[in-house]
Design a protein around this ligand. Sequence first.
Ligand code: MSP
Length: 522
Amino acid sequence: MSDGSSFYITTPIFYVNDVPHIGHAYTEVAADVLARWHRQAGDDTWFLTGTDEHGQKILRTATANGVTPKEWADRLVETAWQPLLATIDISNDDFIRTTDKRHEVNVQLFLQRLFDAGYIYTGDYEGSYCVGCEEYKQPGDLVDGTGQYEGQQVCAIHSKPVELLQERNYFFRMSDFTQPLLDLYEKNPLFIQPESVRNEIVAFVGRGLTDLSISRQSFDWGIKVPWDDSHVVYVWFDALLNYITAAGYGADDAQFERLWPATHIVGKDIARFHAVIWPAMLMAAGLEVPKQVFGHGWLLVGGEKMSKSKLTGIAPNQITDTFGSDAFRYYFMSAINFGQDGSFSWEDLSARYQSELANGFGNLASRVVAMVLRYFDGAIPDAATLAPADETVLALERRVTSEADEAIGRLAIHEALASIWQLVDGLNGYITEQEPWALAKNPEQRERLQAVLSTAVHGVGTLAVLLSPVIPEATTKLWQALGGVGEITAVPVTRAFEWQSAGRVEPLEPLFPRVETIDGAA
Ligand code: MSP
């Protein structure tokens, strides 16, 4: 897939008011799979994630817990957000915090440049603000409250009342960018994906943009406006800039040149910030807009977006403690079409773990390794001649490799996995048909047995390479058992079928062992 340019991929930076749940982990894994795939395809890859630490929401949480916002942020980053990355095997190249000096000074630099270019003016803001969203709301964004908020207008996302703001603020002339943004969406139809998110945003911008209030005066947990330190920068304006401050904007021109623009993976709830405000900010600063904004769907629990504030949050380690990080990664990437909502259930997770990972892939690997040990004392046989069935497997390896790579290029992770799974199923079918255990009983069939096991080992090794961006732990163990030459991640994923073995297999423990029943689910 390599086209010479770099592949810079980002996740949203997460609010540190609370600990992560599986919705956050879902975004991380998706971005990680894409990053690992591109890295292994030989692309100059950079994967950024991090935390969003300013604003009223964090300030209030910290105050409620009797600590300063910085102490709170440090605590959450150290005890929850950084550990999340290890829990689900994230291979990020950088982790940015909006309280990093490198971020703060360059947010100020960016803002000053916009101010000097005439894109910022002073005005009075009067309207509603949702602290949960950290967003100014239009009347159309509000709904009638229920229960304790009966008779009030509430935020449609948080179901909580909004706050009336009346402040002297600095404004960004976002309305100047209505037409340039519409032109961008038209010229580059893939700029916002998927189609459903794109349509919604095009319609929104088509109704005309208003200017954006980008500072706050009533509290001070934020980055100071460089020419007026009685204001702090609006938290979204601050947060969006992480994508360039982490890439060297204002500090390392060569690095910035190399990395920017990025592919942004975000939840569809915040696609609008990324596909409207963010490119408008960049255009105003004379910088390139992002390569792409992909708004993925929500994890639903009981039909609703899973969230901590609605008490439906599930901690990632509740899953990984039982099933392991590979199963977490595989499950969410294969069971949900990337771009659409998906319902999480323990039953579905357990069922897929058993049928797809344990029985489908894990068993295949164990059987093939065990047969080479049993029939050839561990020495991987060579095939003297290949039968048509063997050739079919080799052709399938090539076909699924290119199909998966093409799907990853479209960010269709679930399609890539579906292609790779054709090889899992194809190899299982091949072994059932060829019956190597029967061939082994007949000394005259020795050559045929060699060809079958040589083909099967080859296919399993190709699978290991193709799956290594998704299930890195299991594939590394399998790689060792197959005597794979070099690091598995050094085999170009786009040429997975060219992997090589040193010639001998080693015993392999079950890759996906049986799990103990949890709540009757497994
Ligand atoms: N801090 C902002 C983002 C700033 S980016 C410049 C923010 N943070 S957040 O902590 O609320 O995380 C939002 C992201 O978490 C969503 O965009 C999405 O990627 C992920 N998810 C949160 N809940 C989710 C689900 N229930 N399902 C899927 N993803 C979810 O917004």
